[in-house]
Write a protein that binds this ligand. Structure first.
Ligand code: EPU
Length: 337
């Protein structure tokens, strides 16, 4: 473990923004992590996981700590279920693929989501009708202040849509070092109701899908709609889908009868931000080296040398326009740093 200076963070964020970290260290185990956290000469720290949910708008003068804890371990199992612990630095999609190889069911719908295992609980990653919380058992967090480890149960994490205690009361107080999951070994619970999955399986001529088929279908849908950060820098959905009252939605329908929505409760609906942004005319718009993706308006992209501040300005313009046109505020999902 070695603290390096003036390191480009471009390889460490999926937006591919080229800013510099004054000091940077990659930690491979919890002992190293504790050593670094107790380093008195670096009072301010920035924790870096998979770098898939951040927009870097300036050079970082905090000590950037890259969490590189690796390992996947089976804790216990019976004929039906298996308990698996994965270290925070494991790449999320590689972990999903490992599960598919073992025939462990639960996170197949979450295939190809960028990021690492340790950051997945922070925003309760979700896609195609499944959320991380559905197979989550617990996670260990190292308290930045006391350096003590706390095990967070599922109920303590208080998961919601793109939300958890780690974005609320415990924001920036803990580093998640590992996550424990419960997966099925047989009688897998298949989630194929999310529209595009069933049609994708149909086009693959699959009538009795396995979890591996679902994973392949999700990969294929994501590849067709979402840019691969290796080719075009991006951070997945830049905005959250706004939740509004049914009353407000009915008012919206008067002017926009084709507005889509998902029912959330008796009184609320979620409106796809991608639709609002497309209607506002931003889909596929390119401004120099940055813009809005052509297949999914929720995704802002860096075509090469964009600055984080350019993308931030674009996101504000989109927010302002959507607010003016629909009277709906769309909140950023990505952390702005
Ligand atoms: N839509 C448009 N224009 C667009 C994009 C979407 O009109 O440019 C409409 C679609 O026609 C559809 C609806 O919006 O009626 C929903 O679109 P989609 O199925 O693509 O899902 P989403 O609500 O836009 C969410 C997640 C995605 C996740 C998909 C699939 C959020 C903020 N985003 O997007 O998550 O992959 O559902 O489950 O909830 C991510 O978090 O990075 C991410 C990509």
């Amino acid at each position: 473990m070695q603290i390096q200076h003036n390191i480009s963070l471009q390889p460490y964020n999926t937006f591919g923004i080229d800013v510099t970290a004054t000091s940077f260290v990659s930690v491979n185990n919890t002992t190293e992590l504790k050593d670094v956290l107790s380093a008195k000469n670096y009072p301010n720290k920035l924790i870096l996981g998979g770098g898939s949910n951040m927009l870097l708008t300036k050079n970082q003068d905090k000590l950037v700590i890259h969490i590189n804890l690796k390992g996947i371990e089976i804790i216990s199992q019976d004929d039906d279920f298996v308990i698996v612990k994965a270290q925070a630095g494991e790449n999320w999609h590689q972990f999903v693929l490992w599960c598919m190889k073992q025939d462990f069911g639960g996170i197949e719908n979450l295939s190809l989501i960028p990021g690492n295992v340790g950051t997945a609980p922070i925003q309760n990653i979700g896609a195609y009708g499944v959320e991380l919380k559905d197979s989550f058992v617990s996670c260990e967090g190292l308290c930045l202040e006391t350096l003590e480890t706390h095990t967070f149960s599922k109920s303590e994490c208080d998961f919601g849509y793109r939300d958890s205690i780690f974005k609320q009361q415990e924001k920036e107080k803990y580093i998640i070092t590992n996550v424990t999951f419960k997966f099925t070994k047989r009688n897998h619970k298949l989630n194929i109701n999310y529209g595009t999955i069933s049609s994708e399986l149909e086009s693959m001529n699959i009538t009795n899908p396995t979890i591996q088929d679902i994973s392949k279908a999700v990969i294929s849908i994501r590849e067709s709609k979402l840019p691969n950060p290796k080719d075009i820098g991006n951070s997945g959905s830049f905005f959250k889908n706004p939740v509004i009252s049914k009353e407000d939605f009915n008012a919206l329908l008067l002017n926009f009868p084709d507005a889509p929505s998902y029912s959330i409760s008796e009184t609320e609906v979620k409106v796809p931000a991608g639709w609002l942004i497309e209607k506002a005319g931003f889909k596929g718009k390119r401004f120099g080296d940055y813009g809005v993706h052509k297949n999914q308006a929720l995704v802002l992209v860096n075509y090469g040398q964009a600055k984080g501040s350019d993308i931030l300005e674009l996101s504000k313009l989109i927010q302002k326009t959507v607010l003016r046109l629909f009277n709906i505020f769309i909140e950023a999902e990505v952390n702005i740093l």
